[in-house]
Ligand binder design. Sequence first.
Ligand code: DX5
Ligand code: ZN
Length: 220
Amino acid sequence: GVTPKIAPSMLSSDFANLASEAHRMLNYGADWLHMDIMDGHFVSNLTMGAPVIESLRKHTKAYLDCHLMVTNPLDYVEPFGKAGASGFTFHIETSKDNWKELIENIKSLGMRPGVAIKPGTSVEAVYPLVEAETPVEMVLVMTVEPGFGGQKFMPETMDKVRILRKKYPALDIEVDGGLGPSTIDMAALAGANCIVAGSSVFGAPEPAQVISLLRNSVEK
Ligand code: DX5
Ligand code: ZN
């Protein structure tokens, strides 16, 4: 469905206090917690793996929206399923040959499958995954080059969101990178409903106000 999901990116949180940071965001009105998994290979940054998800899961029942910026996502499906991940979003750039197997495995471990596309990847690449017998349930359109928080939103990526929304009225479409009060209207108007926001939420004096502003933009 196209209800708004506001997903603070825990990449911008204090990793040494991850559970309290998660509780803080949920109290501020977050729907999901976005977990950026980077392997130092698909992207140059290195963040967290399944053990961190397993530890956080012991402190919250929240939806853990895991975004896997890794070269071999299939290797991560079972560990993430067992750790308690809720959503498992892999990149099509790493998965052209095995996305069917990936989706099946993700679902069999009780997670919700999603596919992500980098700014340079064309939107047609995900059509077969959305239309498959066992489809992905979300498309993540990257609005920055994956790898780091705090980058500038790329408005040219909105064409992909518009095309997806027109073609798939009920699909969850997530945007990730550079989203905040000054860019949310572009994403919401294009048709995105799942909004990842790291630095704009964690850097705000009143994160709850930013979260409600993001939600209101998607709803209007
Ligand atoms: C970037 C990550 C994003 C990042 C967003 O590779 O996928 O989730 O944390 O951070 P901001 O909102 O600061 O651009
Ligand atoms: Zn992300």
